[in-house]
Design a protein around this ligand. Structure first.
Ligand code: 2BA
Length: 112
């Protein structure tokens, strides 16, 4: 048996937990804080059989891994003055997500 520790952005943890639950994994969710940047994160603990580890990691990566999303923003004020009266929006690629995953051996496991 293994214990997967997945440290991820708070906002990604809800869907990751749902997807893991839907796939039959049990999950414990902990509030955490990065020791270096002091930003809030969520750490998921997933205890599972060895053969189910890769599938859990796939799910975590899919919903909490680094990805590019497109956002729309207005140009800087100096640019907007070039196009008076127009609602100019510019698409920008934004990197979101990112997770750190540890897989550790579980020596023993009991429910009491
Ligand atoms: P990441 O390496 O992506 O790590 C994101 C968060 O994952 C970390 O938050 C920490 O909570 C956890 N984490 C990563 N590796 C870990 C490990 N080996 N053991 C335990 N927890 C681990 P932060 O500590 O706030 O770090 C945020 C980011 O700052 C890191 O992103 C890394 O790019 C950078 N960083 C962290 N420690 C650093 C250091 N000592 N020197 C330079 N850069 C550092």
């Amino acid at each position: 048996m293994k214990m997967i520790l997945g440290i991820m952005k708070d906002e990604d943890s809800k869907v990751v937990t749902e997807e893991l639950n839907n796939a039959g994994y049990m999950v414990t969710k902990l509030s955490s804080t990065g020791g270096f940047l002091k930003q809030k994160s969520t750490t998921l603990l997933i205890g599972t059989d060895d053969e189910k580890v890769e599938k859990a990691i796939e799910i975590i990566k899919e919903y909490a891994g680094i990805r590019i999303t497109q956002a729309y923003t207005s140009p800087a004020v100096s640019d907007a003055t070039l196009y008076p009266g127009t609602d100019v929006v510019i698409p920008v690629d934004v990197q979101t997500g990112g997770c750190t995953i540890f897989v550790v051996n579980v020596e023993d496991f009991k429910k009491c």
